[in-house]
Design a protein around this ligand. Structure first.
Ligand code: FAD
Length: 117
């Protein structure tokens, strides 16, 4: 049981890292197709998330808080918000979402075409 809890937490940390880093790299001004792709990605992430209990709860959150995919900042703020909803349920500390902009770095800044940070 302890092993399962450890694995579930590791999976969660890895998943959140990918999730938030994806939002941090999403375009500031996405095309309709890019916004549609992000929305699908989030819904498929939920549908296929390997921890079933987690996926069920996350599905309820997606219904209550539909993914915000109109810009990088709205996606990042939305991701922070839903992660905080999970934190709340698991009685974890809440993250200060005003810091989200600098926190997730993909190490691929050289790919950035625009002058953003
Ligand atoms: P995590 O919550 O994994 O966070 C990792 C790091 O992200 C933190 O150390 C912090 O630096 C940063 N962070 C924290 N909050 C935020 C935020 N709001 N925005 C941005 N960054 C932040 N576990 C369960 O036991 N039951 C569940 O039902 C469950 N549901 C989950 C659903 C999803 C979709 C995911 C991805 C994970 C779920 N988990 C669940 C796992 C759980 O959320 C944690 O990942 C796990 O418990 C490890 O927690 P942690 O304290 O190391 O930090």
């Amino acid at each position: 049981k302890l092993g399962n809890e450890t694995a579930k937490a590791e999976l969660g940390r890895a998943a959140w890292k990918l999730f938030h880093t994806t939002f941090a790299r999403f375009p500031d001004k996405p095309t309709k197709d890019e916004s549609r792709a992000l929305k699908s990605y989030i819904h498929l992430f939920q549908r296929l998330y390997p921890c079933g209990e987690c996926a069920t709860h996350f599905g309820e959150l997606l219904q209550k808080y539909p993914p915000q995919v109109s810009s990088r900042s709205s996606a990042a703020a939305w991701g922070c918000h839903v992660h905080n909803k999970v934190n709340e349920r698991l009685k974890k500390e809440l993250f200060d979402c005003s810091n989200i902009g600098d926190f997730y770095d993909c190490g691929c800044a050289e790919d950035e075409k625009e002058g953003g940070t």
